[in-house]
Design a protein around this ligand. Structure first.
Ligand SMILES: Cc1cc2nc3c(=O)[nH]c(=O)nc-3n(C[C@H](O)[C@H](O)[C@H](O)COP(=O)(O)OP(=O)(O)OC[C@H]3O[C@@H](n4cnc5c(N)ncnc54)[C@H](O)[C@@H]3O)c2cc1C
Length: 231
């Protein structure tokens, strides 16, 4: 039996949000800051359904999952994404002007920092870095050994937060990624791996980890569906 999905507006965490700032980062990558109309409850690493209210019904899904790049202690919320011209959803978001409203609902996720792991390796590609930005900017004290291997074909996002010596950020090109990950694997038997990015990045990272004999209980994935490549 097909249960009808409840209207987004009836969900307890549905709310209107107002665009405060839109920054063109590089290529087709943009960062959006929104001011919510009420407190947003989420855990660092979570995603929410961000709806493009101005998008016409019938031209595809109007709400898609976006990972918070902000920390729950911030008043505003932040998302980064690629604005592809052939996505009606992204076109509508890209045309939003500062001061205009859209909406969001149903935050969830399980991509959370395991606090009982001593050595955590975060692997991110492109906009896949956003959940890590949320996690790292929310830490009051860094008691774990955290290394972020961040792959980008061009620029690196959120460097004001990520260039912090308490977490070891390694910025690499796509060609350098494999070697960098292999070195990290060799350097730590008890590493726990968190991986975030497009489907291609998740697949390629898993292949390297599995070839190196890392058990699947030692990794946690956040797959940005809709990005076939590395994001
Ligand atoms: C937990 C989670 C967190 C996420 N967090 C983020 C985030 O922080 N930022 C973010 O940007 N995304 C995030 N995503 C992905 C997001 O939900 C969207 O799926 C993604 O941004 C792509 O949306 P789109 O409208 O650009 O693509 P869509 O138009 O939905 O396209 C989806 C797929 O169809 C293909 N496609 C569509 N049109 C064409 C075409 N004309 N020719 C060829 N191929 C085509 C695309 O290549 C892609 O594979 C997240 C997803 C999940 C599950």
């Amino acid at each position: 039996m097909n249960a009808k999905r409840p209207a987004a507006e009836t969900l307890p965490d549905f709310q209107k949000i107002t665009l405060k700032e839109k920054v063109h980062e590089y290529d087709d990558v943009y960062t959006f800051t929104f001011t919510p109309s009420k407190e947003v409850i989420y855990t660092p690493g979570d995603a929410i359904h961000l709806r493009a209210d101005t998008m016409k019904e019938g031209s595809g899904r109007r709400a898609k999952k976006m990972s918070f790049a902000s920390s729950p202690s911030d008043i505003d919320i932040v998302f980064s994404m690629r604005i592809r011209g052939d996505s009606a959803y992204k076109r509508a978001l890209g045309l939003l002007e500062v001061g205009e409203e859209t909406s969001m609902f149903k935050s969830n996720g399980s991509f959370h920092l395991p606090t009982d792991e001593k050595h955590v390796v975060m692997l991110a590609a492109g906009v896949g870095v956003t959940p890590f930005v949320s996690i790292l900017s929310s830490l009051e004290q860094v008691e774990q050994d955290i290394k972020l291997i961040y792959v980008s074909g061009k620029d690196f996002l959120f460097q004001d937060i990520l260039t912090n010596p308490v977490f070891n950020q390694q910025k690499v090109s796509r060609d350098e990624f494999r070697e960098s990950l292999l070195e990290t694997i060799e350097g730590g038997d008890d590493n726990f791996y968190m991986i975030s990015g497009g489907e291609g990045f998740i697949r390629d990272s898993l292949a390297i980890l599995q070839d190196a004999g890392i058990d699947e209980s030692r990794f946690l994935l956040d797959q940005f569906t809709g990005y076939e490549n590395w994001s």
